[in-house]
Design a protein around this ligand. Structure first.
Ligand code: PLP
Length: 396
């Protein structure tokens, strides 16, 4: 199998599993218990919090562990909205956010907030000037992702932070697709709230964090115990937390060298695809992207059919957001970039990772070329029959 769907999820690094195992076995105490069995695991959680803070360049008290990136996004948006609703009811986001943010924005709209969905350029970059123009006295929150999960395009978060900081507006960025892929420090990003998720960086599923910079107004959105500095009620997933932090440490250690290796493979893959297959568009080419992602549109074919065709050959790719699979609609990200619905249906996302080897490139390009050519042949055979059927030529 060649797995090129690392933006959907990654395998658990055996080194991460190793540090998790004691907390799935003999160290099963509740970190809120006052006895030594509980306090032993409390120590593990607090050590993990301190280590993550050092890795990211923030304070330990700014780290809130959550159960998923989706939950962290919800806490960021709903939490700021709840804290600041008396000050203003305008939220700004982009049209290309993950559903975890977009769905939450829709919920806020239903709750009386006004949301601006910023457009992006043809390359998939949020328009910073447009963003500046959209901010007003009612604006309390801006949420723009650090890199898009479908195209890998990196957004200008430091520039956006300069705008929000001046105006006292809270900035959230969903860094689920960049943590561990880019060697960034939070201070350089300038966001007040940052989401990350373990399973995108060779950590376990069901473990994530929201970094909440000191002074950021945020209300909890779950009611219950006072865990996680009172911001996220619920008994901590100790093994998940320990695994998340180990995964971040390993990914950051390897980010620079691995990023260079993967970017070279991705660039070679793109060059070979373009020379082997006609009418291909690389979505997001020409602007900064995370090193592992390429999003390709093949004119005249359906991306879902390409995914299935490659699957038959043991190659795992995606049409875009894993969460959108099963939805018949074309990608909202590609539509926002100005592709037609037809073009967006022809998109395939390949996201490389640690298991990707140089020899995989040729195998994947050949499989893609054959699959796309076969699909184009089939659709050109089908078209005259369809046209004839539409004109009434195929009755009975
Ligand atoms: N944000 C982005 C950009 C993502 O790519 C994903 C997952 O696909 C999420 C949020 C959701 O993270 P989780 O799967 O941990 O809920």
């Amino acid at each position: 199998m060649i797995y090129l769907d690392h933006n959907a999820t990654t395998p658990l690094d055996p080194r991460v599993l190793e540090v998790m195992l004691p907390y799935l076995g003999e160290r099963w105490g509740n970190p809120s218990s006052p006895h030594r069995f509980g306090q032993e695991v409390r120590l593990a959680v607090e050590e993990a919090r301190g280590r993550l803070a050092r890795l990211l360049g923030c304070q330990a008290r700014e780290v809130v562990f959550c159960a998923s990136g989706t939950e962290a996004d919800n806490l960021a948006l709903r939490g700021v909205a709840a804290a600041l609703r008396s000050r203003g009811r305008h939220v700004v986001t982009s049209a290309i956010e993950h559903h975890a943010v977009l769905g939450t924005c829709r919920a806020l709209e239903a709750d009386g907030f006004r949301v601006t969905y910023l457009p992006v350029s043809r390359e998939g970059v949020v328009d910073v000037e447009g963003l500046a123009g959209s901010l007003g006295p009612e604006t309390i929150l801006v949420s723009v992702m650090h890199a898009n999960n479908e195209t890998g395009v990196i957004q200008p978060i430091p520039e956006i932070a300069a705008l929000t900081r001046d105006r006292g507006i809270v900035l959230h960025t969903d860094a689920v697709q960049t943590t561990g892929k880019l060697p960034v420090r939070l201070g350089e990003l300038g966001a007040d709230l940052v989401t990350l998720s373990a399973h995108k960086l060779y950590g376990p599923k069901g473990a994530a964090a929201l970094v909440v910079r000191v002074g950021t107004p945020l209300r909890p959105v779950t009611t219950g115990g006072s865990q996680e500095l009172g911001l996220r009620a619920g008994t901590e997933n100790v093994a998940g937390i320990v695994g998340l932090v180990e995964a971040v440490a390993l990914s950051l250690e390897e980010a620079e060298a691995e990023g260079r290796r993967i970017a070279a493979l991705r660039d070679r893959l793109e060059a070979e695809v373009v020379s082997a297959i006609r009418d291909v568009r690389i979505n997001g080419a020409g602007v900064p992207r995370v090193p592992n992602t390429t999003n390709l549109t093949f004119a005249g074919v359906d991306g879902e059919s390409v995914v299935l065709g490659l699957d038959l050959r043991g190659i795992c790719v995606s049409t875009g957001s894993a969460c959108a699979t099963g939805e018949p609609e074309p990608s909202h990200v590609l539509l926002a970039m100005g592709l037609t619905a037809h073009e967006a249906q022809g998109a395939v996302r390949l996201s490389l990772g640690r298991s990707t080897r140089p020899e995989d490139v040729g195998v994947v390009v050949e499989a893609l070329a054959e699959t796309v050519e076969r699909l184009r042949r089939v659709s050109s055979l089908a078209q005259p029959a369809e046209a004839s059927a539409r004109s009434g030529g195929m009755k009975g």
